[in-house]
Design a protein around this ligand. Sequence first.
Ligand code: AG3
Length: 272
Amino acid sequence: MELWFSEYQTKNVKLSFRVTDVIYTKQSEYQYISVFDTEDFGRVLALDDTVMLTTKDEFIYHEMISHIPLLTHGNAAKVLVIGGGDGGTVREILKHPVKEINLVEIDHEVIETSKKYFPAVSCGLSDPRVKIFCEDGIEFVKKHSGYDVIIIDSTDPIGPAVGLFSSQFYKNVFEALNDDGIMVAQTETPILFGDLIKRIYTDMSATFPYTNLYSAVIPTYPGAFWTFTMGSKSINPISQEISDIPFLETKYYSRELHKSYFVLPPFVKDII
Ligand code: AG3
C-alpha cells in the first residue's frame, strides 16, 4: 500500500511525498499538526497540511533567516523571534554571541511537538539565553521593545499569521527595535505570489529606511525560489561590512556569497 502526503501549494499545484511512517498528528487550538517520515526528505513537520520543515532541507531556511540579519547588524545582543516554535531559527541564532533570545510562538503544541520529534531542530530551546512566550506575536511587539534584531518566522499569510504581514505590524516592529535595529520576515515565493511580495516590500519600505529582499533555494517550499524581506533602521545591508564571528558553522549560508543573496533576478526586480 502506498501512503502519500500532499501539500496544495496552490489550488492547482501539489507537492507530494511518499510517507514511510506517520509519527504524530494532533489538532491543536490553532492548527492541525502532523509529523511523518518520508523516503527522500527525512522527517517532515506540517501545520494544516503545509510543510514547515523537513530534516533534509530545513538548514537552508533557518540559516538564511538568521545569519543574514545577525551578521548585517554585527553586534546583536537581544533578538526576538516571532513564530518559529520548532526552534530551528533559535538554534542558528545561538551560534552568535547574543545575550538574550525571546521566542514568541502562539501555539505551545508546536514547541512540544518539535522538542519530542525534532531534537536536532529544537535543541536550542532549552538554552538559558532563550525565553519562550506562548502568545500572539502581533500583540507582543506592541508591549515589548529594545531588540537589535526581530525575525518573523511565520507560516503563510493565512489564518493567525495574516496580521504578521500587515503594514501596522511592520510599524510596531520598527518601534520595538533599537535605533540600529533590523527586522527580517519570510516572504514567500515570487514565482507564485508576486503581488504579495510587492505589497510586503511597499509596506515595509514605507516604514524602514532600508528595505531589501534576499533569496534562497528551498526545495520543499512552493516555487522553490524563496524570499526574505529585511527592513533596517540605520544600517545599509548592501554597503555594510559583514561582521566576522569565528566558528560560524553553516551548510548553505556562506560569507563569500553574503552580498550575492541580495542580488535579485530581473523578474523579481520587476515585481517590487
Ligand atoms: N515557516 C514556514 C514558511 C512557509 C512555508 N510555506 C509553505 N510550505 N506553503 C517555517 C517554519 C520553520 N521554522
